[in-house]
Ligand binder design. Structure first.
Ligand code: UD1
Ligand code: UDP
Length: 366
Protein backbone atom coordinates (compact mmCIF):
# COMPACT_ATOMS: atom_id res chain seq x y z
CA UNK A 1 0.00 0.00 0.00
CA UNK A 2 1.22 3.51 -0.79
CA UNK A 3 2.45 5.17 2.39
CA UNK A 4 2.06 8.89 3.09
CA UNK A 5 3.78 10.74 5.92
CA UNK A 6 2.08 13.98 6.92
CA UNK A 7 4.37 16.21 9.00
CA UNK A 8 3.57 19.34 11.01
CA UNK A 9 4.64 20.97 14.25
CA UNK A 10 2.92 24.26 15.00
CA UNK A 11 -0.66 25.36 15.61
CA UNK A 12 -1.40 26.82 12.17
CA UNK A 13 0.05 23.83 10.33
CA UNK A 14 -2.06 21.50 12.46
CA UNK A 15 -5.25 23.46 11.75
CA UNK A 16 -4.57 23.25 8.03
CA UNK A 17 -3.24 19.66 7.87
CA UNK A 18 -5.78 17.86 10.05
CA UNK A 19 -8.46 18.16 7.33
CA UNK A 20 -6.04 16.48 4.90
CA UNK A 21 -5.21 13.67 7.35
CA UNK A 22 -8.92 13.06 7.82
CA UNK A 23 -9.62 13.11 4.09
CA UNK A 24 -6.95 10.49 3.28
CA UNK A 25 -8.06 8.35 6.23
CA UNK A 26 -11.72 8.61 5.21
CA UNK A 27 -10.84 7.27 1.75
CA UNK A 28 -8.78 4.44 3.20
CA UNK A 29 -6.89 3.78 0.00
CA UNK A 30 -3.46 4.75 1.29
CA UNK A 31 -1.59 4.21 4.52
CA UNK A 32 -1.41 7.53 6.37
CA UNK A 33 1.17 8.23 9.07
CA UNK A 34 1.24 11.49 11.03
CA UNK A 35 4.45 12.91 12.46
CA UNK A 36 4.36 15.95 14.72
CA UNK A 37 7.65 17.60 15.52
CA UNK A 38 6.26 19.26 18.64
CA UNK A 39 7.78 22.61 17.62
CA UNK A 40 4.73 23.84 19.53
CA UNK A 41 3.38 21.85 22.45
CA UNK A 42 0.24 23.12 24.20
CA UNK A 43 -0.98 24.99 21.12
CA UNK A 44 -0.41 21.95 18.92
CA UNK A 45 -2.09 19.57 21.34
CA UNK A 46 -5.17 21.82 21.49
CA UNK A 47 -5.65 21.39 17.75
CA UNK A 48 -4.91 17.66 17.71
CA UNK A 49 -7.49 17.22 20.48
CA UNK A 50 -10.12 19.24 18.66
CA UNK A 51 -9.72 17.35 15.37
CA UNK A 52 -9.12 14.01 17.12
CA UNK A 53 -5.86 13.28 15.30
CA UNK A 54 -3.41 11.03 17.15
CA UNK A 55 0.16 11.25 15.83
CA UNK A 56 2.19 8.14 15.03
CA UNK A 57 5.46 9.98 15.73
CA UNK A 58 6.13 12.90 18.07
CA UNK A 59 9.63 14.41 18.08
CA UNK A 60 8.82 16.54 21.16
CA UNK A 61 11.41 19.15 20.27
CA UNK A 62 9.96 22.25 21.93
CA UNK A 63 12.12 24.10 24.40
CA UNK A 64 11.18 27.35 26.14
CA UNK A 65 12.66 30.28 24.20
CA UNK A 66 13.96 28.02 21.43
CA UNK A 67 16.13 29.58 18.71
CA UNK A 68 15.90 28.93 14.99
CA UNK A 69 19.08 26.85 15.28
CA UNK A 70 17.46 24.68 17.95
CA UNK A 71 14.32 24.06 15.93
CA UNK A 72 16.10 23.45 12.62
CA UNK A 73 18.68 20.99 13.91
CA UNK A 74 16.31 19.10 16.19
CA UNK A 75 13.72 18.65 13.43
CA UNK A 76 16.33 17.73 10.83
CA UNK A 77 17.93 15.04 13.00
CA UNK A 78 14.62 13.82 14.40
CA UNK A 79 13.14 13.47 10.94
CA UNK A 80 16.10 11.40 9.78
CA UNK A 81 15.09 8.68 12.24
CA UNK A 82 11.38 8.95 11.44
CA UNK A 83 11.96 8.67 7.69
CA UNK A 84 14.25 5.67 8.17
CA UNK A 85 11.63 3.96 10.29
CA UNK A 86 8.54 4.91 8.25
CA UNK A 87 9.94 4.69 4.67
CA UNK A 88 7.11 6.78 3.17
CA UNK A 89 6.48 7.11 -0.56
CA UNK A 90 5.63 10.79 -0.15
CA UNK A 91 6.07 13.37 2.64
CA UNK A 92 3.58 16.22 3.09
CA UNK A 93 4.71 19.50 4.65
CA UNK A 94 2.77 22.71 5.09
CA UNK A 95 3.46 26.38 4.60
CA UNK A 96 6.54 28.16 5.89
CA UNK A 97 7.51 27.07 9.37
CA UNK A 98 10.91 25.76 10.34
CA UNK A 99 9.28 22.37 10.92
CA UNK A 100 8.21 22.34 7.27
CA UNK A 101 11.57 23.58 5.99
CA UNK A 102 13.70 21.14 8.00
CA UNK A 103 11.36 18.22 7.23
CA UNK A 104 11.56 18.92 3.52
CA UNK A 105 15.36 19.02 3.77
CA UNK A 106 15.40 15.74 5.71
CA UNK A 107 13.25 14.19 2.96
CA UNK A 108 15.55 15.51 0.25
CA UNK A 109 18.54 13.91 1.98
CA UNK A 110 16.79 10.54 1.64
CA UNK A 111 15.47 11.40 -1.84
CA UNK A 112 11.86 11.02 -0.76
CA UNK A 113 9.45 13.22 -2.77
CA UNK A 114 7.76 16.11 -0.97
CA UNK A 115 4.29 17.58 -1.39
CA UNK A 116 4.00 21.20 -0.29
CA UNK A 117 0.59 22.36 0.88
CA UNK A 118 -0.01 26.16 0.78
CA UNK A 119 2.74 26.60 -1.79
CA UNK A 120 3.70 29.75 -3.65
CA UNK A 121 3.05 32.52 -1.13
CA UNK A 122 5.71 35.21 -1.50
CA UNK A 123 6.73 38.63 -0.26
CA UNK A 124 10.14 38.26 -1.91
CA UNK A 125 11.63 39.98 1.11
CA UNK A 126 13.75 37.41 2.91
CA UNK A 127 13.45 39.26 6.23
CA UNK A 128 9.69 39.71 6.17
CA UNK A 129 8.21 37.54 7.45
CA UNK A 130 11.35 36.13 9.00
CA UNK A 131 12.37 33.36 8.58
CA UNK A 132 9.17 32.21 6.87
CA UNK A 133 9.88 33.76 3.47
CA UNK A 134 13.15 31.83 3.29
CA UNK A 135 11.49 28.64 4.52
CA UNK A 136 8.79 28.59 1.89
CA UNK A 137 11.15 29.43 -0.95
CA UNK A 138 13.50 26.66 0.19
CA UNK A 139 10.63 24.15 0.39
CA UNK A 140 9.66 25.22 -3.13
CA UNK A 141 13.09 24.10 -4.35
CA UNK A 142 12.62 20.62 -2.91
CA UNK A 143 8.93 19.98 -3.56
CA UNK A 144 7.63 17.71 -6.27
CA UNK A 145 3.95 18.71 -5.72
CA UNK A 146 3.05 22.36 -5.16
CA UNK A 147 -0.52 22.75 -3.85
CA UNK A 148 -1.31 26.44 -4.10
CA UNK A 149 -4.27 28.03 -2.35
CA UNK A 150 -4.91 30.59 -5.12
CA UNK A 151 -4.12 31.27 -8.77
CA UNK A 152 -1.87 34.12 -7.72
CA UNK A 153 0.27 31.83 -5.53
CA UNK A 154 0.51 29.35 -8.41
CA UNK A 155 1.62 32.17 -10.72
CA UNK A 156 4.44 33.04 -8.32
CA UNK A 157 5.74 29.49 -8.74
CA UNK A 158 5.41 29.57 -12.52
CA UNK A 159 7.42 32.81 -12.56
CA UNK A 160 10.15 30.99 -10.62
CA UNK A 161 10.28 28.33 -13.32
CA UNK A 162 8.55 25.48 -11.49
CA UNK A 163 6.98 23.04 -13.97
CA UNK A 164 3.31 23.83 -14.60
CA UNK A 165 2.36 20.15 -14.41
CA UNK A 166 3.51 20.04 -10.77
CA UNK A 167 1.48 23.09 -9.64
CA UNK A 168 -2.16 22.73 -8.59
CA UNK A 169 -4.62 25.39 -7.41
CA UNK A 170 -6.66 23.74 -4.68
CA UNK A 171 -7.93 26.47 -2.35
CA UNK A 172 -6.70 26.68 1.23
CA UNK A 173 -7.39 23.81 3.61
CA UNK A 174 -8.10 26.37 6.35
CA UNK A 175 -11.52 26.83 4.75
CA UNK A 176 -12.04 23.05 5.03
CA UNK A 177 -11.27 23.38 8.76
CA UNK A 178 -13.58 26.36 9.23
CA UNK A 179 -16.50 24.43 7.82
CA UNK A 180 -16.30 22.22 10.88
CA UNK A 181 -15.75 24.95 13.48
CA UNK A 182 -17.90 28.00 12.76
CA UNK A 183 -21.40 27.87 14.29
CA UNK A 184 -23.89 30.73 14.00
CA UNK A 185 -25.37 29.97 17.44
CA UNK A 186 -21.99 29.99 19.27
CA UNK A 187 -22.19 31.33 22.80
CA UNK A 188 -19.62 31.43 25.56
CA UNK A 189 -18.57 33.26 28.69
CA UNK A 190 -16.52 35.60 26.47
CA UNK A 191 -19.41 36.48 24.15
CA UNK A 192 -21.42 37.31 27.26
CA UNK A 193 -18.55 39.47 28.62
CA UNK A 194 -18.39 41.32 25.30
CA UNK A 195 -22.16 41.75 24.94
CA UNK A 196 -23.11 45.38 24.27
CA UNK A 197 -19.47 46.22 23.41
CA UNK A 198 -17.48 46.24 20.22
CA UNK A 199 -15.07 43.32 20.53
CA UNK A 200 -11.53 43.75 19.23
CA UNK A 201 -9.70 40.44 18.87
CA UNK A 202 -5.97 40.50 18.54
CA UNK A 203 -3.04 38.15 18.00
CA UNK A 204 0.67 38.95 17.75
CA UNK A 205 3.68 36.70 17.65
CA UNK A 206 5.96 37.31 14.64
CA UNK A 207 9.66 36.99 15.36
CA UNK A 208 10.50 40.18 13.43
CA UNK A 209 8.03 42.11 15.61
CA UNK A 210 9.42 41.01 18.98
CA UNK A 211 10.75 43.86 21.13
CA UNK A 212 10.07 47.51 20.26
CA UNK A 213 7.65 46.97 17.32
CA UNK A 214 5.44 44.78 19.51
CA UNK A 215 5.56 47.31 22.33
CA UNK A 216 4.36 50.00 19.90
CA UNK A 217 1.56 47.76 18.61
CA UNK A 218 0.37 47.07 22.13
CA UNK A 219 0.56 50.75 23.16
CA UNK A 220 -1.70 51.68 20.24
CA UNK A 221 -4.27 49.11 21.31
CA UNK A 222 -4.17 50.18 24.94
CA UNK A 223 -4.83 53.79 23.94
CA UNK A 224 -7.84 52.69 21.91
CA UNK A 225 -9.21 50.58 24.77
CA UNK A 226 -8.83 53.49 27.19
CA UNK A 227 -10.45 56.04 24.88
CA UNK A 228 -13.50 54.01 23.72
CA UNK A 229 -15.74 52.93 26.61
CA UNK A 230 -17.75 50.67 24.26
CA UNK A 231 -14.67 48.69 23.14
CA UNK A 232 -13.41 45.49 24.74
CA UNK A 233 -10.16 43.81 23.70
CA UNK A 234 -9.56 40.07 23.78
CA UNK A 235 -6.01 38.86 23.34
CA UNK A 236 -5.17 35.14 23.55
CA UNK A 237 -1.49 35.65 24.24
CA UNK A 238 1.07 33.54 22.38
CA UNK A 239 3.11 31.55 24.94
CA UNK A 240 6.46 32.85 23.69
CA UNK A 241 8.00 34.42 26.84
CA UNK A 242 9.21 37.39 24.78
CA UNK A 243 5.59 38.10 23.79
CA UNK A 244 4.12 37.49 27.24
CA UNK A 245 6.49 39.88 28.96
CA UNK A 246 5.61 42.86 26.75
CA UNK A 247 1.90 41.97 26.68
CA UNK A 248 1.56 42.04 30.44
CA UNK A 249 3.72 45.16 30.80
CA UNK A 250 1.81 47.21 28.23
CA UNK A 251 -1.68 45.70 28.24
CA UNK A 252 -2.01 44.42 31.80
CA UNK A 253 -4.25 46.04 34.43
CA UNK A 254 -6.85 47.52 32.06
CA UNK A 255 -10.41 46.40 32.83
CA UNK A 256 -11.53 46.32 29.21
CA UNK A 257 -8.56 44.27 27.99
CA UNK A 258 -8.52 40.54 28.64
CA UNK A 259 -5.25 38.67 28.23
CA UNK A 260 -6.06 34.97 28.08
CA UNK A 261 -4.40 31.67 27.21
CA UNK A 262 -4.48 30.61 23.53
CA UNK A 263 -7.92 29.42 22.49
CA UNK A 264 -8.59 26.26 20.57
CA UNK A 265 -9.59 26.92 16.94
CA UNK A 266 -13.26 26.18 17.66
CA UNK A 267 -13.49 29.04 20.16
CA UNK A 268 -11.10 31.25 18.22
CA UNK A 269 -12.95 30.99 14.91
CA UNK A 270 -16.31 31.58 16.55
CA UNK A 271 -15.04 34.55 18.54
CA UNK A 272 -13.54 36.00 15.36
CA UNK A 273 -16.98 35.63 13.87
CA UNK A 274 -18.38 37.49 16.86
CA UNK A 275 -15.75 40.24 16.80
CA UNK A 276 -16.18 43.76 15.47
CA UNK A 277 -12.59 44.16 14.37
CA UNK A 278 -9.37 42.10 14.36
CA UNK A 279 -5.78 43.25 14.81
CA UNK A 280 -3.17 40.68 13.93
CA UNK A 281 0.26 39.87 12.54
CA UNK A 282 -0.83 36.27 11.90
CA UNK A 283 -0.87 34.62 8.50
CA UNK A 284 -3.83 32.32 9.08
CA UNK A 285 -6.04 35.07 10.49
CA UNK A 286 -5.61 36.97 7.20
CA UNK A 287 -7.20 34.01 5.40
CA UNK A 288 -9.99 33.34 7.87
CA UNK A 289 -11.22 36.91 8.32
CA UNK A 290 -12.21 37.53 4.66
CA UNK A 291 -14.34 34.37 4.77
CA UNK A 292 -16.10 35.74 7.84
CA UNK A 293 -16.32 39.32 6.57
CA UNK A 294 -14.34 40.71 9.49
CA UNK A 295 -12.03 43.70 8.95
CA UNK A 296 -8.41 43.03 9.89
CA UNK A 297 -5.75 45.61 10.54
CA UNK A 298 -2.62 43.66 9.63
CA UNK A 299 0.22 44.77 11.89
CA UNK A 300 2.97 44.07 9.39
CA UNK A 301 4.81 45.94 6.64
CA UNK A 302 4.33 43.25 3.99
CA UNK A 303 1.87 40.49 3.30
CA UNK A 304 2.08 37.34 1.21
CA UNK A 305 -1.72 37.30 1.21
CA UNK A 306 -2.68 40.19 -1.11
CA UNK A 307 -5.95 38.43 -1.95
CA UNK A 308 -7.48 39.67 1.31
CA UNK A 309 -6.26 43.21 0.70
CA UNK A 310 -7.87 43.12 -2.76
CA UNK A 311 -11.06 41.69 -1.29
CA UNK A 312 -11.09 44.84 0.88
CA UNK A 313 -11.06 43.02 4.24
CA UNK A 314 -7.39 43.55 5.14
CA UNK A 315 -5.52 46.80 5.63
CA UNK A 316 -1.76 46.76 6.10
CA UNK A 317 -0.98 49.18 8.92
CA UNK A 318 2.67 48.41 9.74
CA UNK A 319 4.02 47.96 13.25
CA UNK A 320 4.34 51.54 14.50
CA UNK A 321 2.14 52.84 17.27
CA UNK A 322 0.70 55.96 15.66
CA UNK A 323 -0.49 54.48 12.32
CA UNK A 324 -2.04 51.49 14.11
CA UNK A 325 -3.81 53.77 16.57
CA UNK A 326 -5.11 56.00 13.76
CA UNK A 327 -6.26 53.06 11.60
CA UNK A 328 -8.10 51.58 14.54
CA UNK A 329 -9.83 54.85 15.36
CA UNK A 330 -10.83 55.38 11.78
CA UNK A 331 -12.53 51.97 11.63
CA UNK A 332 -14.27 52.61 14.93
CA UNK A 333 -15.42 56.11 13.93
CA UNK A 334 -16.27 55.71 10.25
CA UNK A 335 -19.24 53.37 9.69
CA UNK A 336 -18.94 53.59 5.90
CA UNK A 337 -15.32 52.48 5.90
CA UNK A 338 -16.25 49.74 8.35
CA UNK A 339 -19.06 48.51 6.09
CA UNK A 340 -16.76 48.52 3.07
CA UNK A 341 -14.26 46.30 4.87
CA UNK A 342 -16.90 43.96 6.30
CA UNK A 343 -18.15 42.36 3.13
CA UNK A 344 -17.59 38.64 3.35
CA UNK A 345 -15.54 37.40 0.41
CA UNK A 346 -13.58 34.25 0.21
CA UNK A 347 -10.54 34.14 -2.05
CA UNK A 348 -9.44 30.83 -0.50
CA UNK A 349 -11.79 28.31 -2.02
CA UNK A 350 -14.86 26.28 -1.24
CA UNK A 351 -13.69 24.07 1.63
CA UNK A 352 -12.76 21.19 -0.68
CA UNK A 353 -9.00 21.77 -0.90
CA UNK A 354 -8.20 18.49 0.90
CA UNK A 355 -10.40 16.55 -1.49
CA UNK A 356 -8.61 18.06 -4.49
CA UNK A 357 -5.19 17.27 -3.04
CA UNK A 358 -6.20 13.67 -2.29
CA UNK A 359 -7.64 13.28 -5.81
CA UNK A 360 -4.34 14.37 -7.37
CA UNK A 361 -2.22 12.10 -5.18
CA UNK A 362 -4.50 9.12 -5.81
CA UNK A 363 -4.41 9.78 -9.55
CA UNK A 364 -0.60 9.66 -9.52
CA UNK A 365 0.03 6.88 -6.99
CA UNK A 366 -2.84 4.38 -7.34
C1 UD1 B 1 6.21 29.52 14.83
C2 UD1 B 1 6.61 29.64 13.36
C3 UD1 B 1 5.80 30.72 12.68
C4 UD1 B 1 4.32 30.53 12.89
C5 UD1 B 1 4.03 30.38 14.37
C6 UD1 B 1 2.58 30.06 14.57
C7 UD1 B 1 8.94 29.25 12.74
C8 UD1 B 1 10.30 29.81 12.65
N1 UD1 B 1 8.00 30.04 13.26
O1 UD1 B 1 6.58 30.73 15.45
O2 UD1 B 1 6.06 30.69 11.29
O3 UD1 B 1 3.64 31.66 12.41
O4 UD1 B 1 4.82 29.31 14.91
O5 UD1 B 1 2.16 30.30 15.87
O6 UD1 B 1 8.72 28.12 12.36
N2 UD1 B 1 5.67 28.11 23.07
C9 UD1 B 1 5.11 27.41 24.11
N3 UD1 B 1 4.08 26.54 23.83
C10 UD1 B 1 3.59 26.34 22.60
C11 UD1 B 1 4.17 27.06 21.54
C12 UD1 B 1 5.21 27.93 21.78
O7 UD1 B 1 5.51 27.56 25.25
O8 UD1 B 1 2.65 25.53 22.43
C13 UD1 B 1 6.76 29.08 23.35
C14 UD1 B 1 8.10 28.40 23.64
O9 UD1 B 1 8.78 29.13 24.61
C15 UD1 B 1 8.82 28.54 22.29
C16 UD1 B 1 8.31 29.90 21.82
O10 UD1 B 1 6.94 29.93 22.22
O11 UD1 B 1 10.21 28.48 22.43
C17 UD1 B 1 8.45 30.18 20.36
O12 UD1 B 1 7.94 29.11 19.57
P1 UD1 B 1 8.46 28.92 18.04
O13 UD1 B 1 7.73 27.79 17.41
O14 UD1 B 1 9.94 28.88 18.02
O15 UD1 B 1 8.08 30.29 17.35
P2 UD1 B 1 6.68 30.92 17.02
O16 UD1 B 1 6.81 32.40 17.21
O17 UD1 B 1 5.60 30.20 17.72
N1 UDP C 1 -5.73 30.58 16.50
C1 UDP C 1 -6.27 29.75 17.48
N2 UDP C 1 -6.27 30.19 18.77
C2 UDP C 1 -5.77 31.39 19.14
C3 UDP C 1 -5.18 32.21 18.13
C4 UDP C 1 -5.18 31.76 16.83
O1 UDP C 1 -6.76 28.67 17.19
O2 UDP C 1 -5.80 31.72 20.33
C5 UDP C 1 -5.69 30.07 15.11
C6 UDP C 1 -6.22 31.00 14.05
O3 UDP C 1 -7.60 30.80 13.85
C7 UDP C 1 -5.41 30.61 12.83
C8 UDP C 1 -4.12 30.14 13.39
O4 UDP C 1 -4.33 29.91 14.78
O5 UDP C 1 -6.01 29.49 12.19
C9 UDP C 1 -3.05 31.17 13.19
O6 UDP C 1 -1.92 30.77 13.88
P1 UDP C 1 -0.74 31.73 14.25
O7 UDP C 1 -1.21 33.14 14.27
O8 UDP C 1 -0.15 31.18 15.48
O9 UDP C 1 0.27 31.47 13.06
P2 UDP C 1 0.40 32.00 11.57
O10 UDP C 1 -0.87 31.78 10.86
O11 UDP C 1 0.82 33.43 11.66
O12 UDP C 1 1.51 31.17 11.01
Amino acid sequence: MVKLLIVFGTRPEAIKMCPLVKEFRRRGRMEVRVCVTGQHREMLDQVLGLFEVVPDYDLQIMQKGQTLYDVTTRVLCGMKEVLEDCRPDLVFVHGDTTTAFASSLASLYQQIPVAHVEAGLRTNNIYSPFPEEYNRQAIGLVARYHFSPTRRAADNLLREGKPAEHIFVTGNTVIDAMQTTVRPDYDSEITRWAKDSRLLMMTAHRRENLGEPMRGMFRAIRRVAEEYPDVKVLYPVHPNPAVRRVASEVLGGCGRIRLIEPLDPFDFHNLMNHAYLILSDSGGVQEEAPALGKPVLVMRDTTERPEGVEAGTLELVGTREEPIYRACRSLLDDPEKYQRMSRAQNPYGDGRASQRIADIIERDFL
